[in-house]
Write a protein that binds this ligand. Sequence first.
Ligand code: C2O
Ligand code: CU
Length: 478
Amino acid sequence: MPKPQRAMLSRRDLLFVGGATAAAAALPSWALSATPVKKFALETSTQALSQIAPAPHPATRVWAYNGRVPGPEIRVRQGDRLRIDVNNALDEETTVHWHGLRVPVAMDGVPHLTQAPIPASGGRFTYEFDVPDAGTYWYHPHQRSSEQIGRGLYGPLIVEEHNPISVDREVTWVLDDWRLERDAQIASDFGNRHDAAHNGRVGNTVTINGHVPETFDVRRGERIRLRLINAANARIFALRFAGHQPRVIALDGQPVTPHAPADELVVLGPAMRADLVIDMMGAPGKRYTITDPFYRRLEYRLIDFAYAESVLRDTPLDSEIALAANTMPEPDIATAERHEVRFNGGMMGGMMMGEGGGGMINMMEMMRSGKMWLVNGVAATGHVMDPLVTLRKDRSYILDMRNDTAWHHPIHLHGHSFRVISRNGNPTVHREWQDTVLMAPRQRVEIAFVADNPGDWMFHCHILEHQAAGMMGVVRVV
Ligand code: C2O
Ligand code: CU
């Protein structure tokens, strides 16, 4: 098996300004940050080999950060400042977006909208920002995302709490889904119209941290914090943990009242994350299977928990598992201004679903142009466009979103987290904070947030083929 090249990851603190109040007075404000700077380097390349399909299948040629898939885990502390030097060795432009982190707009990594793309073959860009919130995040390109992410450019970004909950082990699983040919190489049919008009590029090989796993070793009594990240272009996961009772403690990085997942399924649309606490209370020496029944008749086995013969403890820990709240301002629902957002498009019964669900007039044109999805009647042709809505800084807003299509869509807003307050008119139980909300076909979802981060922010479906085929807009905060 080819060894992936070692990450060029540096965790040196370049600058430590502690108790620097005296210096602060003497220096211009831009020269200082109140927190240590953690420095990282990412280099994209098209030359990496990775053992995606299990041996004896050959290794797969991937595009990768620092030579490996997923890219290196960036792990910092809440309140830290990050500096990430990106060197682009692709033959095409790229950017890096810090999915879910509430960064200043100039650091958001959206080509043409927030920065010039990083040039091909040696272009460089330095991102620098503070991380206000703890949680599970990830990074990925925002340029030709379907192919760049689909070929392996993504990595986890973990922001630790000041006072983490106590667990025996913390584990990150980055889930992905690949469309491989018989020779285990990535199918090159990116951007085809069938994927775009249906449920996106769903593949045939599911990986955890870049490999097709067999087992995950555990011990009876162990408490594990499992951070799940869905990095797939299009696949929706619904994980069922046979014989175990996972509790969800965070969604999209944001703390939520600890609870058992509805219907015992942990559902993750593309780009979504969940933090679980699992007490491993199975029998020593036994195996327990995690399955994914999301797509009808396509249920598969993801991995087995394999119990050691030895036992760590016989009664689970009873320490606190609730996380401290993050720093988002609370939206004022009573005074919030409402905006309607309608999603249309896609194939249904052999027809494109045009504006209002009925208009077939533009069907041929939509198919021909490859623009098959609409947000409030508009199919985006690039990242720069007139804003869908313009919001006033620090005011509360409700987006009343209607999915008038026959498909699921994970809808992502940059620069903010929002509360999901209702589905089909029913208040949600947990009023969860998310940055990406999965809308079922025909579903209506209301989200609420304070528009506290000024700038032009992408608002799009994270099924990357839908995004490329028009399903994005811009939310402006002024
Ligand atoms: Cu995960 Cu617009 O991005
Ligand atoms: Cu979509």
